[in-house]
Write a protein that binds this ligand. Structure first.
Ligand code: NAD
Ligand code: MG
Length: 297
C-alpha cells in the first residue's frame, strides 16, 4: 500500500505561540518558521529557460513560488521591502543553489514609479520576462470602521490593487506570447471577514482585475489567473493581519477550516507553477482556491 500522508496531519496542528512583529515582519524570526518547500519541493523542468518576477518573493507564499520556479528551471527576480532583506538573502541563496539567476529588487510597491523601475530591472537583468507572479500584499486587521485610518485604506489599495495595474502596464511591452500572469487573491475575496474591510475589498478587486485582464490579453496569447489562499501560516498574519488572540488557533479555530489546520506556503507552490507553465495552456481568467476546504464560490 502506498504511504499517503493524511492532509490533516501532514503539517503542524499544534497551537501557534502568540507572536507579534511590526509589518511586514520577517519569517526567519517566526515560531515555527513557515515551510516554503525549501527541503521538499522537487522540480521537473516545467519552467526551463523561463524568466519570472515574483513580488513578495522573500517570504511566505511568494517565497514558495520563487523556490519552486527556480527548481523548475526559471531565473527569478524577487521584490520585497528593504526591512525584509534577511529573508530575501536566503531566497537568493536557494535560487542560486539550483544554478539559476537570482535578482533582488527591494522597494515599495505603493510608489507608482518604483513599479516601473522594478519591471525594467527584472527585464534587463534576467534578459527578458515571461512570468509575473504578483504575490505581495498588505493586511492589517481593524475591528471598527471608525478606527480605519485613511492612510491604511490608501496603502492597502495601492499595494494590493494599484501595483498590479502599474506592474502589468510596465511589463506588457516586454511580455512575449505564451507569457503568464498569476495574481494572488484570497478566500477574503469571496467571504470577507468583518475586521478586514479594506483588505477584503482589495481581494474582490483583484479577482475582477484578473478576470477582466485575462479577456483583454487573450488575443496576445498571454494568460492571467489567480490563486486564492485560505489561512496560511506567514509573516502577514503575525504582523497585524490577525488580532493576536486569533494566532494560536489560526486555521484551526479562527478561521476554521475543514482540513483542521493552517496551510503552509509550500502547499501553494505547485499551483503557481501550473498556472505559470504551459501545462495550463487552456486556463485563463480563473481563480484557483487553496483554502483547506473553506468555500469560495
Ligand atoms: P508574507 O508577509 O510572507 O508576504 C507578503 C509580502 O508582501 C511581504 O513579504 C512583502 O514583501 C510584500 N509587501 C507588503 N507590503 C509591500 C510594499 N509596500 N511594497 C512591496 N512589497 C510589499 O505573507 P503571505 O501570506 O505569503 O502573503 C502573500 C500573499 O498572499 C498576499 O497577497 C496575501 O494577501 C495573500 N494571502 C495570504 C493569506 C494568508 O493566510 N497568509 C491568505 C490569503 C491571501
Ligand atoms: Mg516578507
Amino acid at each position: 500500500m502506498a504511504n499517503i500522508p493524511n492532509p490533516r496531519t501532514q503539517y503542524t496542528t499544534e497551537d501557534f505561540p502568540k507572536q507579534y512583529q511590526e509589518a511586514p515582519g520577517v519569517q526567519n524570526q517566526m515560531t515555527p518558521v513557515p515551510d516554503c518547500g525549501e527541503k521538499t519541493y522537487k522540480g521537473s523542468g516545467k519552467l526551463e529557460g523561463r524568466k519570472a518576477l515574483v513580488t513578495g518573493g522573500d517570504s511566505g507564499i511568494g517565497r514558495a513560488a520563487a523556490i519552486a520556479y527556480a527548481r523548475e528551471g526559471a531565473d527569478v527576480a524577487i521584490n520585497y521591502l528593504p526591512a525584509e532583506q534577511s529573508d530575501a538573502d536566503e531566497v537568493k541563496q536557494l535560487i542560486e543553489a539550483e544554478g539559476r539567476k537570482a535578482v533582488l529588487i527591494p522597494g515599495d510597491l505603493s510608489n507608482e514609479a518604483f513599479n516601473k523601475e522594478m519591471v525594467e530591472k527584472a527585464n534587463t537583468e534576467l534578459g527578458g520576462l515571461d512570468i509575473l507572479a504578483l504575490v505581495a500584499g498588505k493586511q492589517q486587521a481593524v475591528k471598527d470602521i471608525a478606527d480605519l485610518p485613511t492612510e491604511q485604506l490608501e496603502k492597502t489599495f495601492q499595494v494590493n490593487v494599484y501595483s498590479m495595474y502599474w506592474t502589468v502596464k510596465a511589463a506588457l511591452p516586454h511580455l512575449p506570447e505564451g507569457a503568464s500572469i498569476v495574481t494572488t487573491s484570497s478566500v477574503e475575496g469571496f467571504d470577507p471577514s468583518p475586521m478586514l474591510l479594506d483588505y477584503a475589498a482589495t481581494k474582490f478587486a483583484i479577482i475582477g482585475f484578473t478576470k477582466s485582464l485575462s479577456k483583454q490579453l487573450a488575443d496576445k496569447g498571454i494568460r492571467v489567473n489567480s490563486v486564492a489562499p485560505g489561512p496560511i501560516w506567514t509573516a502577514l498574519q503575525i504582523s497585524g493581519g490577525q488580532p493576536q488572540e486569533n494566532i494560536p488557533e489560526f486555521g484551526k479555530g479562527t478561521p476554521e477550516t475543514p482540513i483542521g489546520r493552517a496551510g503552509q506556503p509550500a502547499e501553494l507552490a505547485s499551483v503557481y507553477v501550473f498556472l505559470a507553465s504551459i501545462e495550463s495552456s487552456y486556463v485563463t481568467g480563473q481563480i484557483y482556491s487553496i483554502t483547506g476546504g473553506m468555500t469560495t464560490a
